[in-house]
Every structure is written in C-alpha cells, then in structure tokens.
Design a protein around this ligand. Sequence first.
Ligand code: BTN
Length: 244
Amino acid sequence: MQIIKLDAIDSTNVYLKDLVFNTQASDYTIVVAEKQTSGRGQMGTAWLADEGKNLTFSILKKCTDLSVQEQFDLNICVSVAIYRSLNDLKIPDLKIKWPNDILSGNHKICGVLIENILSGAKIQASIIGIGLNVNQLSFDNLPNVSSLKLITGIQYDLDELLKKIAKNLEEVFDYYFMVNKQDLKIEYLEQLFRKDKASTFSKDANDTMFTGIIRNVTSEGKLVLEEEDEIFNEYALKELKLRY
Ligand code: BTN
C-alpha cells in the first residue's frame, strides 16, 4: 500500500482522483493531508478539521466487476471497516448512521465521501474519502460532533490509526469481492443507528416532521422507513433528515 503524505491540499479526494486519471495508481493508494483548504462533505457541504489533529485521507479501491446498481455496497464495506477499527479501540456506543457516518452515542466522529469513477454501467474505481475526528478538542457550534480524544481522553497516533483503518478496509473489501457480499450487509444493518426504533424525521423544504422506524436499506442505498398504518416508504439521502 502506497501512502502519499501532504502538508496541505484543497481536498484529498480531488488529489487522488487526478492521480487516478493521470497515472497508474495502484489499488489502496492513500493520500493523507495534515490540512485541507477545501475539504468536501456529503451533499455539497464543507468538511472542516483542525490542522494536524485529525485524519483526513482518501483511499483508492479499484473494482473489476462492480455495477453501478451495486455502488451502495461500497458504502457498506467502508462503514463496516471503520466501525471495526474503532470498535477495536474500544470507542463506546458505536453506531453507523445511514448512509455512512460513524457515531459514538449521538455524536458524529467520522464522515465518508465516496466518489466513483465510472466506465459505462460499471464502477472502475472508487475514491473513498474519510474524515475522522481524532485529537481535536473543540467543535464550535456543532453540538452533535465529537472526537476520539474527547470521548476517551486518549491522544491517538494518527499514522497508526491510518494503518489500522487501511488494513480493515483491505480485509473487508477482500471478503466482499472474494467470499461473500451478504454478510457485510448484515453486519451493517446490525450496527445501524436507530434501527427498529421510532425516530423523528423531516422530509421536505418546510421541515415537516414525522415519525418513522428504520427497518432496512435497499440495495440502491435508500432508507426503508415504516410509517403510520404499517406503510413502508423508501428515501434517498437528499429526501430525508433524521432528527434523532
Ligand atoms: C461527510 O459530510 O460526512 C463526509 C466527509 C468526508 C470528509 C473527507 S476528509 C478526506 C476526504 N477529502 C475530502 O475533501 N472529503 C473527504
């Protein structure tokens, strides 16, 4: 596994994507930056992280035979690999929040931004961007965000943590591509935040609230909610907000 360490870059996802287009980057190439000047989050948001205190990196997964319809499987693999890595460190109350945030209790500690490079209806390669809050101690105005150090009081070695997550990602992807695809989905669902519990959601620009129970995730990655009168509805990420 090749690790490219950068002091500062706009976004490790952008850097790795350019690398894939311009060179023969090998599977599991990692780009890690001390600081991102334009870190990107899901749905066009910004990802902010204090310089040198957290892990902000992207890892390349080349795919040989994965269809666009199966792309949510990549989110499942990544969520499970990060979950396992943090579970090994005994971070308490870990959960995967759909689609692929990692929480400790009600607090987000890790976000994932996956950008796929397509070739027709196939995924040729996946750029997996991971932002893990590690040693940062304050998150201004973000009440539901935390870091490993805030939770455990321990100062973590970023290089060690990066290697641990990369090893788990390799293991999970090997299992997914060479052994069994269903097992990881089961593990993902077992760790899914608020599964089978009544929760409050909002689903439109007016923020109309409603109650639903998370029952499943479809193969395309939509969240399946059981609502009033046992009616089941499916939602894409931009259609829904979980209000806890
Ligand atoms: C989210 O909104 O939860 C996803 C955050 C993903 C952030 C990571 S940090 C490394 C990589 N480079 C980026 O620009 N974004 C991802």
